[in-house]
Design a binder for this molecule. Structure first.
Ligand code: SF4
Length: 89
């Protein structure tokens, strides 16, 4: 079993997370539901970059993290594995 240590500094960005104020329902919608509202909130969030980095580092498979859906994160991960640069946001 692999147990990963997450330090306080790893999750300090969560203190500014807008989703903590709005609730998580927008960010983990039912399959096939829109993630537009979650992305709108993420676009305003100061923690967006740290949130996305955390999701990628911890292989978060579900929900919207850092303004990207599961499929978008998967595409980003694959493009990075292929040596393509991450787009500047
Ligand atoms: S970027 Fe989106 S999912 Fe991440 S902390 Fe901010 S509001 Fe939450």
């Amino acid at each position: 079993m692999h147990i990963e240590a997450i330090t306080a500094s790893d999750i300090a960005w969560q203190e500014q997370a807008l989703c903590a104020q709005t609730g998580v329902d927008f960010f983990f919608p039912e399959p096939g539901s829109s993630v537009r509202e979650a992305k709108r909130i993420c676009a305003l969030c100061e923690s967006r970059t740290a949130c996305l980095e955390f999701a990628l580092a911890h292989d978060e498979r579900f929900g919207v993290w850092g303004g990207l859906s599961e499929k978008e994160r998967m595409r980003l991960r694959r493009s990075e594995e292929n040596g393509w640069d991450r787009p500047v946001r």
